[in-house]
Structures are given as structure tokens and as C-alpha cells.
Design a protein around this ligand. Structure first.
Ligand code: SAH
Ligand code: SF4
Length: 382
């Protein structure tokens, strides 16, 4: 079987080249061809000796994902649906802004955590993506966009692991993928511009801090264990009394950073004033003050099976006010690509009608791409 070179960080590629009897600088050249120039054809890599190119052809390839659909939003966002085989599909979304370009990446097909408000969670877990499948989303998006926008410089400046799946339940594949993103010979993204979002896999938060302290976003969604147990079932394993200290400890690996708490606003469930005050107490108790974290309030994107409703805008604003008056930087996520989200539902229908795929597959394809943190989330009003 051919090795997929997207599976390797630079260290891994150096090991691979070493096994072929090639020197380390060859790995760097190869890595730069693949990630910086978007090459997949060894013959195009003209500064590699011909015998090496021939050797590579026999043992390796650069395996792109199979693209099934692309949707362009009127606001400039682009969503890609990739077929990862066996009826599974994952998505990546590009969100352009004035000063940055953010790509949201998936880490798993489905998710085992099963959060009540998340349609990926409702689909169940199918499988982990490989390092190469995560990197391939960035590789494809970056080089597609350069061609599409006719740009030679970098288009994607930020990556958020906020697509399908729980990245910290796929840690061994995630870590090399992050290293490819950060590597100066790869995408050269700064540590603070790569965000891992987690529902709270406590031991892996600590590991990530030690191994690769990128920006951390923690999906909190509730101020107490009783409610969080219900919304984010992983809380039963890693309750708030473990989660909050692990967030504080993460900052020792990432000095001068903030932890971002994501909080999906669910009408009548977690959006009451008393719950905002309880959140303030929770973060103060954990670290003596409130200014070590930020809150990002996410308007809930409803889907029928959830049985949940989105908080009214006024309620979200009032909630944000309480947090910010307590000294916590609070933003309300701006929703982007609404029109392509709508198209996503149609897409599922489309695929089913045209191919007659099994309902399970059609359902998997009806992926809800989480509203992506576009980074410019507007400050709360009022
Ligand atoms: N598994 C990770 C990362 C993927 S989910 C995590 O849970 O953090 C990315 C973000 O999308 C999370 O904050 C999640 O709570 C949010 N999200 C999931 N479903 C949503 C929905 N229906 N509406 C709004 N946000 C949602
Ligand atoms: Fe999984 Fe995140 Fe969805 Fe929860 S919110 S089910 S952890 S993808």
C-alpha cells in the first residue's frame, strides 16, 4: 500500500525519507512542495533528483479527499463536503474576513460524545479521521483558494477544529496534523491562530498543553454539573471540578493566552440570568478572578430532533451583559454562511435522490456544520 505523505509531520516525513535512504533535507524539500506549493505529482518537484522521484512514485502518494460538493455563500464563505468512504462524509468551511481567512476542519466522521444540541452528536460515531484526512482539508482548501482567488500568498491564516467530531478523542492523529499547520515549512500558522475546540476531555487537555499549546476553546454550555451532564454527556466522566482546573493549568503552557468558553444559547435551558451569574462564580472560583477566560455565546442552530430552541436575541444580549459586567470578555458569535447551511439540507436530499443511497448515509450527509467562530464575533450590544 502506498504511504500517504499527508499523514506525516516533518519529523515523520524525515523518518520516512530515512527509511528510503534519503537525507533529511530531502524531507524538508518534499514537505515544502506538498504543503507550501500544493504539489501532489512527484514529477512536478523539479529540484528532487529523478531517481528519488521515481522511488517515491513506487511507495508513496499525496492522497486528496474526494470532494462531493462545494457550496459558496453570498457572504464569501465556502463549504466543502468530502466523501471519506463507507457512506461517511465530513465538511470543511472557509470563512473570509477583512484581516484573516479561517478554515473550520473536521476531526471525526460523527462523534461519540452525543451532545443534545449537536446534530453530529445525534448521528453517533463512525470513525476517527487520519492525520492525512485532517491535513487534506487544509491542503485542499488553501491551494484551491489560491487558484480561485488568484493569490500567491497564504489565504488561510486561522484554523479552528470545530467541524464534526471531538478532536481530543482523536489525539494521536490530531497532534501531527497540528504540527503540520504550525510548521514553518508547512502552513506556518501561529500557535494562537490554531484553535482546538473540545467538549472537555480532561486528560487530553493536559497532554495538548504539554505537546502543542495551541489556542484552546472549551465547550461549556452549562454552569453546573446537573445541567452539563444532560447537555454534554462527557461531563459525567469529567465533571466541572476537573474540567475547570485543567483549563487553568493549560494556561501555564500558554502564557498570556485566554481560554475561550463556548456556550450555545438554548432557550429556557441555559440562558437565564441566574445561570450567567453562576458562570461568573464558576470561573472566579477556579482561578481567583474572571479575566483569564473569554466567553463566546453561540446562537443555537436548531434542528428538529434536538427538541431545543434558540434563545431570543434579547436574552443572549442580557446574558452577555452580565458576563461582561463581571469583567469577562464576551462575544456573540456572528453566524455566517446561513444560505449554504440551508443548502446543506438540500444537498442531503439531492444525494439521496440521485444515488438512492441508504437513509443512514443520507443522514450522515446531512451534516450540520457548527456555526464557525469567525473570530470577529461582534461584541455584545448594550
Ligand atoms: N467536539 C468539539 C468541536 C466540534 S463542535 C466541541 O464540542 O467543542 C464545535 C462547536 O459547535 C462547539 O462549541 C459546539 O458546542 C457547537 N455546536 C454544536 N452544535 C451546535 C448547534 N446546533 N448550534 C450551535 N452550535 C453548535
Ligand atoms: Fe461531538 Fe462537539 Fe457535537 Fe458534542 S458538540 S457531539 S463533542 S461534535
Amino acid at each position: 500500500m502506498l504511504a500517504n505523505l499527508l499523514d506525516y509531520d516533518l519529523e515523520g516525513l524525515a523518518g520516512f525519507c530515512d527509511r528510503l535512504g534519503e537525507r533529511r533535507f530531502r524531507a524538508t524539500q518534499l514537505f515544502r512542495w506538498i504543503h507550501q506549493r500544493g504539489a501532489s505529482d512527484f514529477d512536478a518537484m523539479t529540484d528532487l533528483a529523478k531517481p528519488l522521484r521515481e522511488k517515491l512514485r513506487g511507495v508513496a502518494h499525496v492522497r486528496a479527499l474526494v470532494l462531493s460538493r462545494q457550496h459558496c455563500s453570498t457572504d464569501g464563505s465556502i463549504k466543502w463536503l468530502f466523501d471519506v468512504g463507507a457512506g461517511d462524509a465530513v465538511e470543511a468551511v472557509f470563512i473570509p474576513q477583512d484581516d484573516r481567512g479561517t478554515l473550520c476542519i473536521s476531526s471525526q466522521a460523527g462523534c461519540a460524545v452525543g451532545c443534545r444540541f449537536c446534530s453530529t452528536g445525534h448521528q453517533g460515531f463512525s470513525r476517527n479521521l487520519s492525520t492525512g484526512e485532517m491535513v487534506a482539508q487544509l491542503w485542499f482548501a488553501e491551494h484551491f483558494l489560491r487558484r480561485h482567488l488568484q493569490r500567491e500568498d497564504r489565504v488561510i491564516s486561522n484554523v479552528v477544529m470545530m467541524g464534526m467530531g471531538e478532536p481530543l478523542q482523536n489525539y494521536s492523529a490530531l497532534l501531527p496534523a497540528l504540527r503540520v499547520m504550525l510548521d514553518d515549512h508547512g502552513y506556518g500558522l501561529s500557535r494562537r491562530r490554531v484553535t482546538v475546540s473540545t467538549s472537555g476531555v480532561v486528560p487530553m487537555i493536559e497532554r495538548l498543553g504539554a505537546d502543542c499549546p495551541v489556542a484552546l476553546a472549551v465547550s461549556l454550555h452549562a454552569p453546573d454539573d446537573a445541567l452539563r451532564d444532560n447537555l454534554v454527556p462527557l461531563n459525567r466522566k469529567y465533571p466541572l471540578a476537573e474540567l475547570l482546573p485543567s483549563c487553568v493549568a493549560y494556561l501555564s503552557y500558554a502564557p498570556r493566552d485566554f481560554i475561550t468558553f463556548e456556550y450555545c444559547m438554548l432557550a429556557g435551558v441555559n440562558d437565564q440570568a441566574a445561570q450567567a451569574h453562576a458562570l461568573v462564580d464558576l470561573v472566579r472560583t477556579a482561578n481567583g478572578a474572571a479575566n483569564w477566560c473569554k466567553f463566546n455565546l453561540i446562537p443555537f442552530n436548531p434542528f428538529p430532533a434536538s427538541g431545543l430552541a434558540a434563545s431570543p436575541r434579547e436574552q443572549i444580549n442580557a446574558f452577555a451583559r452580565i458576563l461582561s459586567e463581571a469583567g469577562i470578555v464576551t462575544t456573540i458569535r456572528k453566524t455566517r454562511g446561513d444560505d449554504i447551511e440551508a443548502a446543506c439540507g438540500q444537498l442531503a436530499g439531492d444525494v439521496r435522490d440521485r444515488t438512492g443511497v441508504a437513509p443512514r448515509m443520507a443522514q450522515r450527509r446531512r451534516i450540520m456544520m457548527h456555526q464557525v467562530d469567525d473570530g470577529a464575533s461582534q461584541a455584545q450590544e448594550g
